[in-house]
Ligand binder design. Structure first.
Ligand SMILES: [Zn+2]
Ligand SMILES: [Zn+2]
Length: 70
């Protein structure tokens, strides 16, 4: 067990057909909720990053820093 992909957003319970975001503990959220929560996981206060691989994560981190103003 462990790395099983969740298919529903933990906040609004919508299906995650397109973009999904995860924190380090694999809490999973849809894009709308992630933006609404300013990219912070409500369960563990971890940073939410786009689930796919590669450059998108860096881009998202950059976007977050801009939003949060750090
Ligand atoms: Zn959601
Ligand atoms: Zn979390």
């Amino acid at each position: 067990m462990g790395l099983e992909m969740k298919i529903h957003c933990e906040r609004c319970e919508n299906g995650l057909s397109g973009n999904a975001f995860i924190c380090v503990h694999e809490c999973t959220f849809c894009e709308d909720c992630t933006i609404a929560m300013a990219g912070v996981c409500p369960n563990c206060s971890g940073e939410l990053v786009r689930r796919p691989k590669g450059p998108d994560i860096a881009r998202w981190a950059k976007y977050l820093k801009k939003e949060v103003g750090q």
